[in-house]
Design a protein. Structure first.
Length: 647
């Protein structure tokens, strides 16, 4: 270590040390990311990067400001505002300036360490717009560039853009923000971020989020194919009939499958069976997921907390009938998220103040059937992103527990509930019998099994054009592989997403957006997919592989303790997995494999097949360096097997 600076975080009075090192060429640097050995040399280190480094040290997400100081024997308990820091001689550090400019003397002083080891050289304070350290006598303004820097820090997708490449404006307005804006005017303001992309001959303003959302929307609307819907519809009717005849069941089923398998789309197709799908979904306002979040989603979910979910359902079902919508119209209104959808939910929520008049309907078995006669199951309520029910609590009970208690008392014939979730474990909604609650055991409470058959791999295969065997290598179209695997790839391909983008998306999904070299579960997922490993059903990692790493669930034991999963033959997913291995390095993934072998989780296989797969995949990765492609025709395979280069 060459020298170090002490940094005080005012918010928690915590002092940490920032170490400066020297390499063999006497160049000074900091370890910006120790886990991945990422160095940033001081001649490249600006204040913004230092600030992000300090945020990582303290594990905070809030926006932060830094001051350069040099104080000794100061009572840190008396430092709480920006004015206090200024009185100590603090100089606010410009995020765009190099750190060297502020610490030039300290970096060149050979006696700095001995004389200043107990001094504080940097003071940090976060949440300058919040309530932790308000200064009522000071009116705070934001410079637009500072606001852009804050937004870039919060959202990884924007970090590749410079300040000049995007602008900010208030939602539903055309004028961009003033260069200097009062912080008072920023409270609760919804902002649009407009990306400006440079093309060779012109500049085009592109609202990136809207563009991505439109592509996802188009993918979602790809013509539905396959026979899965018929099986699901039959199972839904079976569960409904079982619930009517056996009151020990709760009227809901949980669809469990990996991301991109088509869970939401499958439920949406119930409208073609004459079923009204009441769709409730709470996403982040910055999510590009489709369909969009339900208007007033949090208020809708809070009816569970207030024991008014049944009243909400009553009001919604009656409103559907009053409007006279058919099932197609109602679904389209919900996924559009426009004014008509907002009016629908606003009316339903307002009707809750008169919920006393709905009490007779709660216990009327024919309530739904009278409104919609002639249909076996006229209405289902689908809660997407259902992990929201797990993360929220009231008096120790999750919203899910409260929700299940309330729907158990709904006697309506022709009504059922469906839960969907992409990133939570199966036992959130279907706990193993060994951990059933006391009340569940004493009442002989029963839960319907998870539904897994959401889609069939290659369900979109008919969209891939046939290629004649005689001209296979010459005419092979890489785009066709998008239709020979997970339905998500084919749907996005129909929306105009290229193969390279699909592989990158597959890489992100199978690693759960982690680029850490020692991420055990992400490495496990990549090697399982690439090397076709068999995953034992009783290991603890199975839940995570399905929930967050694109493994396909194919079976659950009756006691819900063992889950069988696999990685299907999917060129896009396998290419993404291989790319994930190459990005973090074979050594890290092989270390994970050795650990799995030692635990007995995987086996080498007959005739040491696993070794052959590893050698082939490593050679495959070498060819990737030359061809910049992860999918090959016959000529590319010949490169892999060139003479004298195969081990």
């Amino acid at each position: 270590m060459d020298r170090s600076f002490n940094c005080l975080l005012v918010n928690n009075r915590n002092v940490k040390t920032i170490s400066i090192f020297k390499d063999s060429d006497e160049r000074k640097y900091i370890l910006y990311d120790e886990q991945n050995d990422l160095k940033i040399y001081l001649n490249q280190l600006n204040v913004a990067l230092l600030r992000n480094h300090i945020r990582g040290m303290y594990k905070i997400q809030e926006y932060m400001k830094l001051w350069k100081v040099n104080v000794h024997n100061v009572d840190i308990e008396k430092i709480s505002t920006e004015d206090d820091i200024v009185e100590l001689g603090g100089i606010e550090m410009d995020p765009l300036k190099l750190v060297e400019k502020y610490f030039e003397n300290e970096l060149n002083d050979q006696n700095f360490i001995k004389e200043n080891i107990r001094n504080i050289q940097i003071i940090a304070i976060y949440d300058i717009a919040g309530n932790d350290f308000p200064n009522p006598n000071k009116k705070v303004n934001f410079e637009e560039d500072d606001l852009k820097e804050l937004i870039k820090d919060r959202f990884n997708t924007l970090r590749k853009y410079s300040h000049g490449m995007f602008s900010l404006r208030k939602r539903n307005e055309m004028k961009t923000l003033d260069p200097t804006i009062s912080i008072d005017n920023l409270y609760n303001m919804e902002l649009d971020v407009i990306i400006i992309i440079d093309f060779p001959n012109k500049k085009v303003k592109l609202e990136e989020d809207d563009y991505e959302w439109e592509r996802i929307k188009k993918a979602f609307q790809t013509e539905y194919q396959g026979t899965v819907l018929e099986g699901f519809y039959a199972r839904l009717n079976q569960f409904h009939e079982t619930w009517l005849s056996d009151g020990r069941y709760a009227p809901y089923l949980a669809i469990t499958q990996s991301s991109g398998s088509g869970k939401t789309r499958l439920v949406a197709e119930l409208r073609t069976k004459g079923i009204y799908v009441l769709y409730i979904c709470k996403r982040s306002e910055y999510s590009s997921g489709y369909p969009k979040s339900t208007p007033y989603a949090q208020q809708v979910l809070d009816t569970i907390r207030d024991n008014k979910f049944r009243a909400l359902l009553c009001g919604a079902i009656e409103k559907i009938k009053d409007k006279g919508w058919n099932t197609e119209q109602f679904w389209n209104i919900q996924i559009s998220g426009d004014r008509e959808c907002e009016e629908f939910w606003n009316t339903v929520l307002r009707s809750l103040v008169k919920s006393e008049s709905s009490l007779p309907k709660y216990n009327n078995q024919e309530f739904v059937k009278k409104l919609f006669p002639g249909i076996d199951i006229p209405v289902v309520c689908c809660i997407d992103e259902a992990h929201e029910l797990i993360t929220r609590r009231k008096d120790g009970d999750t919203y899910f527990v409260l929700w299940r208690q309330q729907i158990r008392h709904i006697p309506w014939i022709g009504f059922f509930n469906i839960l969907l979730s992409t990133n939570r474990k199966i036992d959130n909604f279907l706990p193993p019998t060994i951990i059933d609650t006391v009340s569940a055991r004493t009442t002989n409470f029963k839960i319907f099994p998870a539904y897994l058959d959401v889609s069939t791999t290659d369900v979109l295969a008919l969209l891939a054009e046939n290629v004649g065997k005689e001209n296979f290598d010459k005419n092979y179209d890489l785009e066709r592989v998008a239709y020979l695997g997970t339905p998500l790839w084919g749907s996005l391909a129909k929306a105009g997403v290229g193969v390279d983008e699909l592989i990158q998306l597959a890489l992100c999904k199978i690693r759960n957006f982690s680029n850490k070299k020692d991420d055990y579960i992400a490495n496990f997922a990549c090697i399982s997919c690439t090397l076709a490993l068999e995953v034992p059903p009783r290991i603890a990692e199975v839940d995570d592989l399905i929930a967050s790493h694109m493994a396909t669930a194919i079976g659950i034991s009756p006691d819900r303790t063992s889950i069988l999963c696999t990685y299907p033959s999917d060129a896009i997913l396998a290419s993404g997995a291989l790319k994930g291995i190459i990005n973090v390095g074979w050594k890290n993934c092989l270390d994970t494999l050795v650990e799995l072998l030692n635990r007995g989780v995987v086996e080498v296989g007959e005739r040491r097949e696993l070794v052959n797969r590893i050698l082939f995949s490593m050679r495959y990765g070498d060819v990737n360096v030359w061809t910049r492609s992860y999918i090959f025709g016959e000529s590319s395979l010949k490169i892999i097997f060139r003479k004298n280069e195969w081990p």
